[in-house]
Design a binder for this molecule. Structure first.
Ligand SMILES: [Zn+2]
Length: 131
């Protein structure tokens, strides 16, 4: 039962009671019901404001998402632009260009994929290769 329904119910109860002969009681009841009506109206207003507020917040979230993606791409560009970090980064595969002295062909290999004492094999001639 909503506030309005409760108030309507209360009004029905009061009006159903035969209190009209008591002028001061009638005045009291009218004031009471008037106050309750005002409260119900304000509650309706707040309900409406909440809808507005929710829309406003949703708009704000959209703006934030947009801003975040713009900032994110800017940061990513900035990160790539300044390649001052030469150390190995997580998940980044670094390849090194080599020229095989046996077959003379170029190939790429990942230094971090080989141990120090492990032989590097040329993918062209399959021979162990020493850098
Ligand atoms: Zn080779």
């Amino acid at each position: 039962m909503s506030a309005r329904e409760k108030i309507a119910y209360l009004r029905g109860l009061i009006e159903g009671q035969n209190v009209t002969e008591n002028a001061s009681m009638t005045k009291f009841h009218e004031a009471l019901l008037g106050a309750l009506d005002s409260i119900a109206e304000e509650l309706d207003d707040i309900g409406g404001s909440q809808d507005d507020l929710r829309e406003y917040v949703e708009d704000l979230e959209d703006d934030l998402m947009e801003l975040r993606s713009e900032l994110g791409s800017e940061l990513a560009l900035g990160h790539c632009g300044h390649g001052d970090d030469s150390s190995e980064e997580e998940g980044e595969e670094e390849y090194e260009a080599m020229t095989c002295q046996l077959c003379g062909k170029d190939f790429f290999y990942r230094p971090d994929a080989y141990d120090e004492d492990e032989d590097l094999l040329c993918p062209h001639c399959g021979e162990p290769f020493e850098g």
